[in-house]
Ligand binder design. Structure first.
Ligand SMILES: [Zn+2]
Length: 437
């Protein structure tokens, strides 16, 4: 009891203000880019940004010193494929419709955002400082969560939001003729090129910063020309485009249409993966554990990951965690997806790059590296994640934009008494710059 109290007091006294200068003494700094550890480094942070890294950084007068000399320090984690306002509960499955159809029918967006506040917090607690949320959030539930986090009203990672997923009629659900609209607002039906342009614009107007296309979930796929229509419209605003695609043909349509990332990509052949290398398209593999998708699908994905790694496909970590697992928070569940890449034999350094710098580059986030000019998104843990990826399960320190949210394994967040107004209007110009904030 006494120890806990003392710890809490120490934490209070040390909680940094945003404009404060902070120096982190990093005993072991994990250089994810080169896959090595550099000992006895110091990180200088001013106004939430890293301004110096090295062995001879002097702490300016009055700066706060955070002692992580016994820890492994690295850039904060990024999940490029989340659904933070969706949780499939066991027993909610109705036939082959998938329980997310059921969730979209019975839950209001408000209820899903309430659930989402629990999940955004758990993600930050597990070390995720940025996420790209990829739809299935009702009526812009992800944009609501992002604004609440931005305003400091709830704790969570910085977010890139997809808004409503743009899809041909029916979205990812099977409709019946008397109720054709039940797939909306979860999906934004857009079949003609004009409808696709309208869907992109309406999404951006309501707060999407990275639109998502559903390419091949119906017998009628989006063609290369359809994809290009969406990409031209979105890229002109600096908004990225991701494509849900699982068939080889669908993946090829999306790559040739110019999307920034392929989500899932389960059915990609070697030639298609090579096409991704040629076009510079990211693969966000969403590699579910075998316990969830079965040994056969797991093995298919494992071989796909080996091939993608061998060919040099740009790979970014994205989980697609959407379901409830008793005894685990969403953040803890998400970390479990990293095991799929260990099973594929990918080097730990590569896996760490996927979940830091590669994902940051895909999102356009000024994060993913402990380097001068980057936002101070930093985590620390007792063991070396380059030796064992499971070290990430014991993240004891989390800093996002220079603010400490977790220290000595204790998560702490105070209800603000000074409120910011979250941005409601989209900034003009290059929207990707918004992701850099
Ligand atoms: Zn998904």
């Amino acid at each position: 009891m006494r120890t806990t109290l003392l710890l809490a007091v120490a934490f209070l006294a040390a909680a940094p203000l945003s404009a404060q200068t902070v120096v982190i003494r990093a005993g072991h700094l994990v250089d994810v880019e080169n896959g090595r550890v550099v000992d006895d480094q110091s990180i200088l942070i001013e106004d939430g940004r890293i301004t110096a890294v090295g062995s001879r950084v002097v702490a300016p007068d009055g700066s706060e010193v955070i002692d992580l000399s016994d820890s492994y320090v690295m850039p904060g984690l990024i999940d490029a494929h989340t659904h933070l306002a969706l949780m499939e509960m066991d027993g909610a499955d109705i036939n082959d419709h998938g329980s997310y159809y059921y969730a979209s029918l019975i839950e209001t967006t408000a209820m899903r955002v309430a659930q989402g506040t629990m999940m955004t917090r758990s993600m930050l607690e597990s070390g995720f400082v940025w996420v790209r949320d990829t739809g299935n959030n009702g009526n812009y539930g992800d944009v609501t969560l992002r604004r609440a986090i931005q305003g400091g009203w709830i704790p969570g990672p910085n977010m890139v939001a997809a808004g409503r997923m743009i899809a041909p009629f029916g979205g990812q659900f099977q409709m019946q003729p008397e109720k054709p609209d039940l797939g909306e607002p979860e999906y934004f039906y857009a079949d003609s090129r004009d409808e696709i342009i309208h869907a992109v614009r309406e999404n951006v107007h309501y707060g999407a910063t990275f639109v998502k296309l559903i390419i091949d979930n119906q017998p009628y796929f989006y063609s290369m020309e359809d994809v290009k229509t969406a990409v031209d419209e979105a890229h002109a605003m600096g908004v990225g485009v991701m494509a849900h695609a699982t068939t080889d043909q669908g993946i090829r349509n999306a790559i040739r249409g110019g999307v920034d990332s392929i989500e899932h990509g389960f059915g990609a052949t070697e030639a298609t993966l090579q096409m991704m290398v040629d076009y510079g398209t990211y693969l966000v593999g969403t590699d579910f554990p075998a316990a969830r998708i079965g040994e056969r699908a797991f093995e298919r994905n494992r071989l796909r990951n080996q091939m993608a790694h061998r060919l040099g496909v740009k790979m970014a970590f994205g989980s697609d965690a959407v379901y409830y697992e008793e005894g685990k928070t969403r953040g803890e569940q998400t970390l479990g997806f990293l095991d799929s890449y260990v099973a594929a034999g990918l080097p730990n350094a590569h896996i760490l790059r996927m979940a830091t710098m590669n994902a940051a580059d895909l999102l356009g986030a000024n994060s993913g590296r402990v380097a001068v000019g980057r936002n101070a998104d930093i985590i620390a843990m007792p063991a070396n994640p380059l030796e064992n990826i499971h070290a990430l399960r014991d993240v004891a320190f989390v800093m996002k934009d220079g603010h400490v949210y977790k220290r000595d394994g204790l998560f702490r967040w105070d209800v603000p008494t000074k409120l910011n107004n979250p941005r409601r209007k989209q900034p003009r110009g290059n929207m990707l710059l918004q992701n850099r904030d």
